[in-house]
Design a binder for this molecule. Structure first.
Ligand SMILES: C[S@@+](CC[C@H](N)C(=O)[O-])C[C@H]1O[C@@H](n2cnc3c(N)ncnc32)[C@H](O)[C@@H]1O
Length: 330
C-alpha cells in the first residue's frame, strides 16, 4: 500500500498566529523569553533534537536509559485493562513515548496515542516515530501551548477512544516552567483513573547547591548556545551585540528551588522590530533567554503534593541527574 503523504494535525487556538504574536511581544516586553520560542521553527526543532541526541542522559547514559525502561515497565505492569490511550505532553521527538508504546503493545494492550507539543515540527516528528508502533488511525497529533490553554481537561477528554483509561507522560517538562503556573494545569487534567509518568532533571548528590553547579556545563556549551541564539538571530540580533551568560539563580518565589539561567547581556544598543512594535535594548541591558529548574526527589514529591498528585514509585538514574516518577491523583 502507498504510504499516506499527509498528516492530520489539530492545532489548538493557543498556537494560532495572533496568540503566538501576543506571546512574542510579551516575551520582549518582559525581557523573559517564553521557552516555546526556542522550539518554534523547523530549524529550532532540528537543533534541539541534535542537542538532545548529543547531551541528553536518556540518549547517552546507559544507566539513564535503563532507568526509564524500568519505570516504563513498572507503569505498564500496573495497567490492567486491554485498552490504553497514551497522552504525551510536550512529546518532543517522541522517542520516550514510542518506547512506552512498544512496551504497551508487547504487553498485549490496544494502544492509541496523542503526541502533544507546542511545536508543529516536533509533533510531526513524534507522530512519525509512533507510527512504527500505532496505526495512523489511532494517532491524534495535537499542537497546543500547555501553559496558556484554558480548556485542557475538556480538550483531552475528547481525544482518542473516550472510555479508555489514559497513561499521561510529562517527561523533562517541569524544569522549563514556573511550577506554580504549569502544575495546576497538569493536575486539573489528571483523572482518578489516569496514570502519570513524570520525569525531571535532578541536582545530583547530597548537597543541593553543589549538585546544581555540577550540571552547569550541560548547558554552557557551544551547541546549546547556538540553539538559544537562533531565537535572537531570527529577530535580527547579532552574536556580537552581546554575551550569552550562564549561571545559577534562586527561584524568586519561596520554593527554595535553584535554576540554571541563560541571559543575553547586550554590550551595544540594538533595536528589535516586530511588525509595528519596536523594542530597544541599550548596552548593559539583559534578556533572559532560558531557565531550567533543578529538583531533587523530595522537591518533586513536595511540588506535586501541593496540587493533589501523589508519587507512588520513583526510579532515579545511577548518576542522580534524572528521576522518573509514577504519579496518581490523591
Ligand atoms: C525538554 S523538551 C522534552 C521533550 C520530551 N518530553 C523528552 O523528554 O524528550 C521540552 C518539549 O516541550 C515543548 N514545549 C515547550 N513549551 C511548551 C508549551 N508551552 N506547551 C507545550 N509544549 C511545550 C517543546 O517543544 C519540547 O518538545
Amino acid at each position: 500500500m502507498t504510504p499516506i503523504s499527509t498528516a492530520n494535525l489539530v492545532i489548538h487556538r493557543s498556537q494560532f498566529p495572533d496568540q503566538v504574536r501576543r506571546d512574542l511581544l510579551a516575551s520582549l516586553r518582559e525581557r523573559r523569553v517564553n521557552h516555546k520560542f526556542h522550539y518554534d521553527s523547523v530549524k529550532q526543532t532540528n537543533q534541539w533534537l541534535d542537542l538532545h541526541q548529543a547531551y541528553s542522559p536518556s540518549r547517552n547514559d546507559d544507566g539513564c536509559a535503563a532507568t526509564y525502561d524500568r519505570a516504563m515497565a513498572g507503569a505498564v505492569e500496573t495497567i490492567k485493562g486491554e485498552e490504553i490511550h497514551l497522552l504525551g505532553l510536550g512529546c518532543g521527538g517522541g522517542q520516550k513515548d514510542t518506547r512506552l508504546l512498544k512496551l504497551l503493545r508487547a504487553a498485549g494492550k490496544r494502544v492509541s496515542y496523542t503526541p502533544c507539543d507546542v511545536a508543529v515540527a516536533m509533533t510531526l516528528v513524534a507522530r512519525q516515530a509512533a507510527l512504527t508502533v500505532v496505526a495512523e488511525t489511532d494517532c491524534f497529533p495535537l499542537v497546543c501551548d500547555l501553559a496558556t490553554a484554558d480548556d485542557l481537561p475538556e480538550m483531552f477528554a475528547m481525544r482518542g477512544w473516550p472510555p479508555a483509561p489514559r497513561l499521561i507522560t510529562f517527561f523533562g517538562m517541569i524544569p522549563n516552567f514556573e511550577p506554580g503556573e504549569i502544575l495546576p494545569k497538569l493536575a486539573a487534567l489528571i483523572r482518578p483513573e489516569d496514570l502519570l509518568l513524570f520525569s525531571a532533571n535532578l541536582a545530583p548528590g547530597p548537597d543541593y547547591a553543589a549538585g546544581v553547579q555540577q550540571i552547569l556545563p550541560q548547558y554552557d556549551n557551544a551547541r546549546t548556545r547556538d540553539w538559544l541564539m537562533t531565537f535572537l538571530r531570527d529577530l535580527g540580533v547579532e552574536r556580537a551585540d552581546g554575551d550569552l551568560r550562564f549561571g545559577v539563580e534562586d527561584a524568586s518565589a519561596g520554593s527554595g528551588l535553584k535554576k540554571v539561567v541563560a541571559r543575553f547581556q547586550f554590550t551595544r544598543a540594538r533595536q528589535i522590530g516586530v511588525e509595528d512594535e519596536q523594542f530597544t535594548f541599550a548596552s548593559g541591558d539583559g534578556l533572559q533567554l532560558f531557565f531550567s529548574y533543578r529538583y531533587t526527589s523530595t522537591r518533586v514529591r513536595r511540588a506535586l503534593a501541593d496540587y493533589g498528585l501523589n508519587v507512588e514509585a520513583e526510579w532515579l538514574t545511577p548518576s542522580g541527574e534524572e528521576g522518573v516518577f509514577r504519579v496518581r491523583r490523591t
